[in-house]
Design a protein around this ligand. Sequence first.
Ligand SMILES: Nc1nc2c(c(=O)[nH]1)N[C@H]1C(S)=C(S)[C@@H](COP(=O)(O)O)O[C@H]1N2
Ligand SMILES: [Mo]
Length: 425
Amino acid sequence: MPPTAGRPSRRGFLKGSAAAGGAALLAGAGVGEAMASGPDNLPPNVPEWMQSLGPGVTASPYGMPSPHERHIVRRNVPWLTATEESSINFTPLHELDGIITPNGLCFERHHGGVPEIDPAQHRLMIHGLVDRPLIFTMDDLMRFPSVSRIHFLECPANGGMEWRGAQMAGVQFSHGMVHCCEWTGVRLSTLLAEVGVQKPAKWLLAEGADAAAMTRSIPLDKAMDDVILAYSQNGERVRPENGYPLRLMVPGWEGNVNVKWLRRIKIGDQPWHHREETSRYTDLMPDGKARQFTFVQEANSVITSPCPEKPMKFGKGFYEIRGIAWSGYGRISKVDVSLDGGMNWQTAELQKPVLSKSLTRFRFPLQWDGRPLLLQSRATDESGYVQPTIEALRKVRGINSIYHKNSIHTWRVHPGGEVENVQIG
Ligand SMILES: Nc1nc2c(c(=O)[nH]1)N[C@H]1C(S)=C(S)[C@@H](COP(=O)(O)O)O[C@H]1N2
Ligand SMILES: [Mo]
């Protein structure tokens, strides 16, 4: 946003006059860039777009972002998967503010493409160890008491390409398998009360109505606790990519158990053996054993600005370091920022509200003197869990597991302001 002669408070930051009270924050920035776009549309002239009427209220019945923002999109990494149907794309975290991910930018992960489902024909069946097996229509489901909750959803493979070393060119790809939405729907516990769960029941199987017919086993305790069958995402119906017309939202747990296009829940007394994919949702340890049912996405954080896509391009002066933190155990209690690769830490400010199992936005003011930096953030959650270093994580988990790499991330800032993805220590 090119600064123009604005409110005095802003001008203080931008020009850093002594009158603004002390140190210049953004010395010399802004004005040059504003002029570069051509003088005709700049003050004191009346810009082009004020000289004719714009489109009216029927021009865009479903609104889209400004065409000037069209580069802000989900992106995939072609070499990562063999096909596009069983693949993943990434949330452009570096372009987002606050904690809510706009629906059109939520990363997608599917194993058999996106089914096109007519909600009038969609059914949810609940059966197994229940007193009254039932089949619900979408209309039925929407009549039950509803809840809305803001939660992140993260694929456990987020960051998984970097167990052995830094490799992704930006934060979109190093951390973009996460989104955070306000989900509305009916609690699973409400429906389970309706069907009447029988005594020996301990697990449920959730199945999706996609070509992959993806199924996952989930412990019943979690289902009774905070699982939602969501039909809305950020106020509107869940997007096709994210599970329309119905998906499981399993707060704080790994993305893959959040079954999309949910068509069936079977109640049983033990976990099921799944086909294909499931064998891969285990974490191979250095001793050759594998961890299974590692459901919780432990505390993680990353600086989203600066980052490789958002270099410190204004030279010395004021920068607000911005980032996100999240934990599947609950609320984020603290985020620390280091400028020197973890030798010294300072506490960042957390934007309220700080919600349980949600993204939390943090900020840290920096007066940059132009020296190289090793920027890091470290999240602590209310359970006391502290985000580990990559070294500490490798010591316990080795380098062979794809999943659950939530280590402290490092951006190297060069004196020219370029930001590089590196691993240290
Ligand atoms: N039916 C079905 N549900 C699914 C999947 C799938 O392929 N089919 N992918 C899972 C995986 S691996 C993840 S990480 C999340 C991704 O949710 P999103 O696409 O809304 O981001 O959905 C999960 N639910
Ligand atoms: Mo996933």
